[in-house]
Design a protein. Structure first.
Ligand SMILES: [Zn+2]
Length: 241
């Protein structure tokens, strides 16, 4: 395989596992691990149809036995989740070593949550996270924001209408941004962003515990919008390389 500046490997990150506690809508219609994998399967097929090489960091629904053992020993967050996140980062870094990290990018696809208490909440909005400070991931996140703006126009109306009905609190915005450091992405030291060698972005695609967000996410229109924004954002970034 030729390694030139145009050769890019895309790594997509699935959200969580079937066994991860919480991470679902209060009515159980949306489960984050499943939704993320469905979107990723579509995004991967589209990107491959455009000729790109695409990998997924961890596809199985179940944890590896050693993660389950760590969960028994240390509890979920300390044991199982830490091992899962490390494993994902290792997978990404193995691909970076093989192809060269300058040829790779990583996008982990999630659905946000406000409460984790089994109740509906009034938060909504789309966001992309990178690690703090100026990194190459900022440019990737900017391209994803551009693509989110153009693909989530209908969602902007949903938030406006939803506020009138009390489905969103007044301060909610369709795109969550922090412009203080000159770009729009939010910044957090998330493990899969911090421990991966290539530009890495984590998207939080609306809220699994907001009724209107879940309706939109599960509609054909919503699924298509979430899929398109990732495909377009990633390709837009590759075209700047
Ligand atoms: Zn998540």
């Amino acid at each position: 395989m030729k390694k030139n500046s145009l050769f890019v490997v895309i790594i997509l990150g699935t959200a969580h596992l079937m066994t991860t506690p919480g991470k679902l809508s209060p009515d159980g219609r949306l489960r984050e691990y499943k939704y993320s994998r469905e979107i990723i399967s579509d995004v991967k097929a589209k990107l491959e149809a455009y000729g790109y090489t695409v990998f997924i960091d961890y596809e199985p629904l179940e944890p590896k036995p050693e993660w389950t053992a760590a969960r028994k020993r240390l509890g979920y967050t300390k044991g199982e989740q830490a091992m899962e996140l490390d494993y994902r980062a290792e997978q990404v870094n193995a691909i970076c070593r093989k192809y060269g990290k300058e040829h790779c990018l990583y996008v982990s696809i999630h659905v946000n949550g406000a409460g984790d208490d089994g109740k509906w909440h009034g938060a909504g909005g789309w966001a992309a996270f990178t690690t703090p400070g100026k990194t190459k991931a900022d440019a990737l996140a900017e391209c994803l924001y551009d693509a989110a703006f153009s693909n989530l126009k209908r969602y902007v109306d949903i938030i406006d209408e939803g506020k009138l009905r009390g489905d969103y609190t007044e301060k909610q915005v369709p795109f969550r941004m922090d412009n203080k450091d000159g770009d729009r992405d939010l910044e957090a030291n998330l493990a899969v962003l911090r421990k991966t060698a290539c530009p890495a972005v984590l998207t939080e695609n609306l809220f699994q515990d907001n009724r209107r967000d879940v309706d939109f996410l599960l509609s054909d229109e919503g699924r298509h919008a979430i899929e398109r924004l990732h495909v377009e954002g990633i390709i837009k970034y590759i075209e700047t390389l």
